[in-house]
Design a protein around this ligand. Structure first.
Ligand code: HEM
Length: 88
């Protein structure tokens, strides 16, 4: 996966609600490892699969990106989010 491309996709599609790894709509549900472990189903077992599921299908106030992002874009933005989780 291409992390630099993933970062570009993130800035264009996710920053609106997740600037700096935060969550402007549901504050506790950040993109940091501790929050992902606590709130995102399956993250501990398979982080890539869990984030891919969330981005593809959305949840609550978060839109589904299936059909809005190409599969390759989803793959790269997921890799970026997983890589970045310990760095925010
Ligand atoms: C939750 C990623 C775009 C709103 C999450 C979570 C991830 C994620 C991994 C789980 C966080 C956790 O459980 O701690 C992304 C990515 C995006 C994106 C990669 C871009 C492709 C957006 C946008 C919005 C948004 C644009 C607002 C319009 C939310 C909300 C939640 C959430 C409200 C909590 C959902 C719930 O549990 O009810 N996001 N997100 N996200 N995101 Fe996003």
């Amino acid at each position: 996966a291409d992390l630099a491309h993933g970062k570009q996709i993130f800035q264009g599609n996710c920053n609106a609600c997740h600037l700096g790894g935060r969550n402007t709509i549901m504050a506790p549900k950040t993109l940091k490892t501790d929050a992902l472990t606590k709130y995102l189903k399956g993250f501990k077992e398979d982080s890539v699969a869990a984030v891919t599921y969330q981005v593809t299908n959305g949840k609550g106030a978060m839109p589904a990106f299936k059909g809005r992002l190409k599969p390759n874009d989803i793959e790269d933005v997921v890799a970026y989010v997983v890589d970045q989780a310990d760095k925010w």
